[in-house]
Ligand binder design. Structure first.
Ligand SMILES: Cc1cc2nc3c(=O)[nH]c(=O)nc-3n(C[C@H](O)[C@H](O)[C@H](O)COP(=O)(O)OP(=O)(O)OC[C@H]3O[C@@H](n4cnc5c(N)ncnc54)[C@H](O)[C@@H]3O)c2cc1C
Length: 397
């Protein structure tokens, strides 16, 4: 049976997220967007926001109750992420989506000892910010999907086994989300450079204060201004073998365990698509041309109708993918990238249409339309490019 109605608890959760997003996230995002101070560190303004959101349960929503979480489902998570994304997609994705989804990863990919170790921090009441690093400056990140068994293709960051420890060396790209501000890093490295990447990728848990770990300057992007991205330098970073997640060389399988990352991003982008639609709708109701509001001109009304229909279609794909994540994870492996790429396409299209409907005002810094467009385009390559994710779907045809 198909039922799209929300339970009373889900409606309350959605309202809680909407209230927080509109009263708190929007305010901070606006402040950062409008600031011309290049020295501003967005995280300094976002940190208390992150703590408040964590207190409301948004970073631990997916965690089982025994770890201090809410035992929520992915179908609950997407309701929250859409609301956060409608207020600011970069805050929704960088801080909340990444941390919430990586927490879940620990329960699925970590040993009992690792779970106890990491979640003991969570129970201390101080929310932890996570970062996950695979991209490297001199390697196409798309190589991670390369089917050829060629040891020369793929990441170069190397983890050398040394007794009861691993020694990590390498550089991660300037796009790494939360690099330099996170508490815990999940680092992907090769444990054998003579084997193909598919057989040699391993995932390590590296606390921020580990000697040898350092970071580049904050990367400026065309949008996503409230977020923080930087290079990670690993210079003889030594971690105990207990910090290896899953089996050595099998990190590829671990990554398949987490469709929630892409689904949460997709939901956040539905939020952006919705915000762009509502913003353009509001303008079209107020702006008068030829003696009547823009919305009464069919050419404009049709654009708004397309925005509304496409947003709804993207939302249904996200809900469908979330339902699969909750019930049939093997299906979620297909539905998650499909939903993420579709939601970002819709967000880009809606943002572009908002710029069109707002006319000359749409390209001013004062209007929100340009911000929507820049933020929407970032979704194209965030967490793997649109095309590489779509090409991956061919494997399931
Ligand atoms: C906002 C943001 C946040 C990010 N956060 C993180 C993070 O936290 N951690 C992290 O590790 N990385 C992160 N990234 C990096 C991101 O994962 C990569 O940018 C993305 O996967 C694309 O990889 P690339 O830039 O190396 O492009 P490339 O892999 O070099 O690809 C360039 C272009 O070529 C196309 N292409 C490449 N290979 C093929 C092929 N075989 N067939 C067809 N087309 C192909 C791609 O679709 C793309 O359009 C982030 C990026 C952004 C923008």
């Amino acid at each position: 049976m198909i039922d799209f109605s929300l339970t009373q608890e889900q409606q309350m959760l959605q309202k809680k997220a909407r209230d927080f997003a509109q009263s708190e996230i929007m305010l901070i995002a606006r402040k950062i967007d409008e600031s011309n101070d290049s020295k501003i560190v967005p995280w300094h303004l976002c940190q208390s926001l992150f703590r408040k959101g964590a207190d409301l349960g948004f970073t631990s929503l997916l965690l089982p109750q025994e770890y201090g979480g809410m035992s929520g489902k992915c179908t609950d998570f997407v309701l929250v992420q859409e609301e956060l994304g409608a207020a600011d997609v970069s805050i929704a994705c960088s801080y909340f989506n990444l941390t919430a989804a990586m927490s879940l990863f620990i329960t699925r990919g970590g040993t009992i000892e690792q779970q106890k170790r990491i979640f003991s921090y969570i129970n201390s009441g101080e929310p932890l910010l996570f970062s996950a690093a695979e991209s490297e400056p001199l390697v196409a990140t798309s190589d991670i999907f390369c089917p050829y068994p060629d040891s020369k293709i793929g990441m170069r960051t190397f983890a050398q086994r040394d007794g009861d420890t691993y020694l990590l060396n390498g550089t991660k790209s300037a796009s790494i989300t939360n690099a330099g501000i996170a508490d815990i890093y999940f680092i992907l490295a090769r444990t054998d450079l003579n084997k193909p990447q598919q057989e040699s990728l391993s995932m390590f848990y590296v606390p921020a204060d580990t000697p040898g770990l350092s970071f580049g300057n904050r990367t400026e992007m065309i949008g996503w201004k409230p977020s923080h991205h930087a290079e990670i330098h690993l210079d003889n970073v030594r971690v105990p073998v207990e910090n290896l997640f899953g089996q050595e060389g099998k990190a590829g399988e671990l990554l398949m365990l987490l469709p929630e990352v892409a689904i949460g991003l997709a939901a956040s982008y539905v939020g952006l698509a919705r915000a762009a639609y509502e913003y353009a709708l509001d303008y079209a109701k107020q702006r008068v041309s030829w003696g009547r509001p823009l919305i009464e001109h069919q050419a404009v009304a049709l654009k708004l109708a397309d925005m509304m229909v496409n947003t709804q279609a993207a939302r249904l794909m996200v809900w469908d993918a979330a339902h699969a994540a909750d019930t049939t994870p093997q299906l979620a492996a297909i539905k998650a990238p499909a939903a993420k790429t579709f939601a970002v396409d819709v967000a880009i299209k809606n943002a572009q249409t908002a710029v069109e409907i707002l006319g000359g005002y749409g390209v001013t810094k004062e209007s929100q339309a340009g911000k929507f467009l820049a933020d929407a385009w970032i979704g194209y390559s965030c967490d793997f490019s649109r095309d590489i994710l779509r090409l991956g779907l061919v494997n399931f045809m």
